[in-house]
Design a protein around this ligand. Structure first.
Ligand code: SF4
Length: 368
């Protein structure tokens, strides 16, 4: 049994493909988890759930999903909302560009598509943030269109099932997986087929220790027959995580602290935060943030005090955050586009990214 070679489409003979479809759909009907977005064919709900599920665990997503659709029950209400309110509903889920894209996407659907989610691949891919996977998920589940939905879980299943040795970190392999998905997706029931693959990847064909004896594709799986399933998929590239030393300031004025809104572009855009800056190398600890407050915010401050250190990992970087407190002497010159003085009880009202939330919770704890 040789490994699959790109373009070797004969490998997907009709008989084998049919067996895979039947077994998978049958298994899905009997075994799928009851999740709120599985009880509907509403394309808006499916869109929200699929976007939330990117990089995030199902258990975490459920309460966010329910709160989100309760607050924004349809595309129109999402499009009419302030971005800040949308970000607040997303607070803690991370990868905030997903929330911004959903918001932008809702506006595009209202403006260009009369408020109705497009039902063709060509049109749906024009919506901000909807890539091939999300498009496939929405079209197959909501509209029963035979379009594949191939994400990392599905690539893992395909790599094992068809013995594909190509590096799944490569764009070419991803495109090839899409073609394979197109070839094997059920025309009769693409919704259950795609959801079956997603569920199989989540519950049975897991990254480590796949539960092959419980797998509906046991007989068809080449990786399992060769007993190499755990060596697949191949992923050579590792994401390099850059360590960034940050300094953060908790500036007190009476009983309140200073927060600022981050710029409209870049990491954590438009979210509320504490004043922060990357530490200047060769500068004494705590001095980069002190100078930032004095020179760039135009503040007069005193009593610098080191509080604690926290870490936060983003996709490509890790922040090592050292937190300092200061007392404000004069603030009439604060030169920053959007700031607020708030009490620690008021932090719930603002959309803070997780990195800053961790710090604020600790400040609150220390104050008790
Ligand atoms: S038999 Fe095992 S390796 Fe193959 S698809 Fe099923 S769980 Fe994955």
């Amino acid at each position: 049994m040789d490994a699959y070679k790109i373009g070797d489409y004969e490998k997907f003979d009709r008989l084998k493909t049919r067996k895979i479809q039947e077994n998978l759909i049958d298994w899905y009907k009997k075994n799928h988890r009851k999740l709120p977005w599985r009880e509907t064919k509403n394309p808006y709900y499916i869109w929200i759930s699929e976007v939330m599920l990117q990089q995030t665990r199902v258990d975490t997503v459920i309460p966010y999903f329910l709160r989100f659709i309760d607050k924004f029950s349809n595309i129109e209400s999402l499009s009419n909302a302030d971005e800040e309110v949308v970000l607040k509903m997303w607070e803690g889920l991370g990868y905030y560009s997903r929330a911004r894209n959903l918001h932008r996407g809702a506006k595009v659907i209202i403006k260009e598509y009369d408020g109705k989610m497009p039902d063709t691949l060509k049109e749906i891919k024009k919506i901000p943030g909807i890539g091939p996977y999300t498009a496939g998920a929405i079209l197959s589940i909501a509209y029963n269109e035979a379009v594949p939905a191939v994400d990392g879980n599905v690539m893992r299943v395909f790599s094992r099932l068809f013995y594909i040795k190509e590096d799944i970190g490569e764009n070419n392999t991803k495109k090839e997986m899409e073609k394979i998905g197109q070839m094997v997706v059920s025309k009769e029931n693409p919704s259950f087929f795609n959801q079956g693959l997603m569920e199989l990847g989540a519950l049975i064909c897991t990254p480590t220790s796949p539960k092959c004896v419980a797998c509906p594709l046991f007989m068809e799986c080449t990786g399992r027959k060769l007993m190499i399933q755990e060596t697949l998929p191949i992923k050579k590239k590792k994401i390099k995580v850059k360590l960034v030393e940050m300094e953060l300031a908790v500036v007190y004025k009476d009983e309140k602290i200073l927060i600022m809104k981050r710029p409209t572009e870049g990491l954590l855009a438009n979210l509320w935060a504490l004043p922060s800056i990357e530490r200047e190398k060769n500068m004494e600890e705590g001095e980069s943030i002190r100078l930032e407050l004095e020179e760039n915010y135009g503040m007069t401050i005193k009593n610098k005090k080191y509080l604690f250190e926290k870490q936060h990992i983003f996709t490509h970087r890790k922040w090592k955050m050292k937190v300092y407190s200061f007392e404000l002497i004069r603030d009439e010159k604060i030169d920053y586009p959007e700031i607020q003085w708030i009490s620690l009880q008021e932090i719930k009202k603002y959309a803070f990214p997780t990195a800053f939330m961790k710090v604020l919770k600790n400040v609150k704890k220390q104050e008790k």
